[in-house]
Every structure is written in structure tokens, then in C-alpha cells.
Design a protein. Structure first.
Length: 378
């Protein structure tokens, strides 16, 4: 089964060609091509993603990426892709999947319309309809651990990993799932206000770092002292699995405002310059945010007897978070599973997997109908 994935929910335009085999409970994937075109530079001056700019860029990028998928198809072995098939000169595929939500609606529509156009092109070429299905972006993140590195062999995963606790941490979401198997899960907690990635982005902005803030905070934190400032760890001891990050962001804002206004003058030297270090603020913020994520995830893993802890989403790129979770998971005898680096942030390979898995799960098609569903849930 060869699947084309299309992702345009936020500020990355991405197309991927993957191959699936195996059984429903033991699927293996191979990533032939996963091309991501990031719009970070375009949105950076605005400190965040501007929906209409994102739409304009997706419209511009999609045909360019499609051309690259067609031309290169995928390395030497994949020359076959372009040999005559019913679809020639289009690459042979069995399924098209496109993100229908959650995300920015103008951006989502560009992907959906593009997918529909491609489907028509294939039909005109062969007289046969290639199925087109909508995919849930969040499921894409959750399934991203199933993907091997681009151009490597099919990977067979250890199937003894359930029940699992899956922590999805991105710019728009912070969700904790109890995963019974590859097709069944229950949301046990989520953020009540800002997503953790959003908090990283906002705090980075307050500290004068560029967008996206997560990688910047991580970089500066590496030189800073995480114990320098004791920021609050919201909801850390509450017996639920929900999160809250907006109070932590405000605490950083107030800390800086207070210091800069000279309240608590001891922080100022003779030169009248604040004596705290920005890198210590970054490290202390990061430490507070990650402590909450790790503590609540580990508590959930213990309570539900999880055999594994899965991590996904853009914030999963954070090496400190990975290390902390890995260390704590080991202490309770639980496996730690994270995606290959290239699949943490938004990409179409994970969307191809999500679309494929949603067919195997027999998800009612109207749930992931081909319309932009900005607030689609998991
Ligand atoms: O999953 P993603 O690419 O897009 C969404 O679906 O939201 O996640 C992007 C988020 C941004 O908020 C970004 O700041 C954060 O992931 N991020 C990080 C790191 N790299 C990306 N946060 C913390 N540490 C990082 N190294
Ligand atoms: Zn995402």
C-alpha cells in the first residue's frame, strides 16, 4: 500500500510518500519521501503564525513540493515509481490522505482542495478513483513513533507496549492519553489554557528570543541555571491529569517586570542594570514546565500500569524533556518511546499513517469529512 500524505494545518507545508505493510496490530512503514517546507522565517517577524500568510504560502508551496515528489519520487530504488503504471506519469499510489483538523481553517482548506485536485488528476489519467481520506493531525503525532527514518527499511516495532501513556505536546495541544492499543485510547488530561509549546513561544517572546521560541529557550537554558528562580509548577500535585501553563508564563512576565522596574533593588548593581541572567530565567522556566509534564505523565503511567510512555509533538524535540522522561520511565520499569527527530514537528508522513490507520480502525468517514475542522479533537 503506497500512501500520499498532505499536511497544511499550520506553518509547515508537507507532502510525503510512504509504504505500509504488515497486519492491523503490527503495521510496518517505510518513508520513501517526506518533504517539509517551513514558513518559520515568514511568520517570525510577527512573533507567531498569521493564518492568511500561512494560506498564501501553502498555495505557493504545494505545487512545488508535488513536483519534487514526482521528480525525485524517492531515490534510486524508487525509480520504479515513475515506470508506466495506470497513472503514468504520476507516481503510483493507492491512497491520498490530507489533514482536516485541528489547525488554522484557511490553511487546512488549501491542503484539502489540493488533495481533491490531485484525486481528479489521477482519475483523469487512469479512469480509476484513488481513495482520498481526511486525517486527524493529533492522531498523526500520536502515531509518529511508528515511522522509521526516511529511506530506511521497514521497521518492526516491539508490539508489547500497551497499555501506554502518550504525552502529546505541541504548539496547540498538551494532551495525555491512555492508549489501550493502536486503535483505542482515552484522553485522561489536557491543558486548561495555553499549550506547553505556546507557553515556550510566549515566554521566548517576553525574553526577546525569536519565533519559534521552544528551540531558543532550550538553547539558552543549556547555559543557564534551572534552580536560579523558583517559578510555580501549576497543578503539579493535583490528582488529575490536566495542565495549565498560562500562570507560569505570567509569573515569568511579572518577574521580569519587577526586576526591570527596580522593585527589589538588591537585584541592581551600581550600574543600575539588572543582575539576573536571561539564560537563568529561560532555564528556570523550562525546568518548571518540564517538571509538571514529567511528574504527571509518570504518575499516570504508574496508576494505569503502563508498559510504555510515548512522547510526540513539536515539544518532543526538547532534549531535556526526552532525557527526563527516559530516566523517570526507567525508574518505574517502563519503556520510553519517542519518534525519530524528523517526525516531532509537523510533517506529512505522520498524516499518511494517521489516514491509513483510520481506515483500518473503520473510523466513520463523516467524522473526518473533507472539510477544514479547526477544532477537531482526538
Ligand atoms: O507539533 P508542532 O510542529 O506544531 C503544532 O502542531 O503545534 O509544534 C510546534 C511547537 C512550537 O510551539 C515550538 O516552540 C515547540 O513545538 N518546540 C519546542 C522545541 N522545538 C519545537 N519546544 C520546546 N523545546 C524544543 N526544542
Ligand atoms: Zn502538530
Amino acid at each position: 500500500m503506497r500512501i500520499l500524505g498532505i499536511e497544511t494545518s499550520c506553518d509547515e507545508t508537507s507532502l510525503a510518500l510512504i509504504e505500509a505493510k504488515g497486519t492491523p496490530h503490527n503495521p510496518h512503514f517505510r518513508v520513501i519521501k517526506n518533504i517539509v517546507s517551513s514558513q518559520i522565517k515568514i511568520h517570525a517577524p510577527f512573533g507567531g503564525v498569521v493564518p492568511n500568510l500561512a494560506k498564501r504560502e501553502h498555495l505557493k508551496n504545494l505545487p512545488l513540493l508535488w513536483k519534487r515528489i514526482k521528480e525525485k519520487g524517492a531515490g534510486k530504488k524508487e525509480k520504479k515509481t515513475l515506470v508506466p503504471t495506470p497513472y503514468f506519469p504520476l507516481p503510483a499510489i493507492n491512497l491520498i490522505t490530507v489533514t482536516v483538523g485541528p489547525g488554522l481553517e484557511p490553511a487546512l482548506w488549501t491542503g484539502i482542495t489540493f488533495a481533491q485536485k490531485l484525486q481528479k488528476e489521477y482519475e483523469e489519467m487512469s479512469g480509476k478513483k484513488v481513495p482520498l481520506v481526511g486525517a486527524n493531525h493529533l492522531e498523526g503525532h500520536v502515531y509518529s513513533f511508528l515511522l522509521p527514518k526516511q529511506n530506511s527499511k521497514f521497521v518492526v516495532r516491539n508490539s508489547d507496549m500497551f497499555p501506554a501513556i502518550s504525552l502529546l505536546v505541541s504548539g496547540g495541544h498538551t494532551i495525555l492519553l491512555l492508549v489501550k492499543d493502536l486503535y483505542h485510547w482515552k484522553k485522561i488530561g489536557e491543558t486548561r489554557d495555553d499549550a506547553v509549546g505556546e507557553a515556550f513561544d510566549k515566554v521566548a517572546r517576553i525574553l526577546g528570543f525569536s519565533y519559534p521560541g521552544g528551540p531558543e529557550i532550550e538553547k539558552h537554558s543549556a547555559q543557564g541555571n534551572p534552580c536560579a528562580i523558583e517559578f510555580p509548577r501549576p497543578m503539579i500535585d493535583q490528582k488529575n491529569y490536566d495542565f495549565s501553563f498560562s500562570g507560569l508564563k505570567t509569573a515569568v512576565l511579572y518577574f521580569l517586570r519587577e526586576k526591570k522596574n527596580g522593585i527589589g533593588n538588591i537585584e541592581y548593581g551600581i550600574s543600575n542594570k539588572p543582575t539576573f541572567k536571561i539564560r537563568d530565567v529561560a532555564a528556570s522556566f523550562q525546568s518548571a514546565a518540564l517538571d509538571v509534564l514529567v511528574k504527571k505523565t509518570i504518575r499516570a503511567a504508574r496508576e494505569f500500569g503502563a508498559k510504555s510512555i510515548m512522547l510526540s509533538g513539536g515539544v518532543a524535540s526538547n532534549k531535556t524533556l526526552r532525557k527526563m522522561l527516559q530516566r523517570e520511565a526507567k525508574k518505574i520499569g517502563t519503556q520510553f518511546i519517542a519518534p525519530e527527530k524528523e517526525y516531532n514537528t509537523d510533517n506529512a508522513a505522520m498524516i499518511a499513517v494517521a489516514g491509513y490507520m483510520s481506515i483500518l480502525r473503520k473510523t466513520p468517514r463523516k467524522k473526518y469529512r473533507l472539510e477544514a475542522q479547526g477544532n477537531l479533537n482526538i
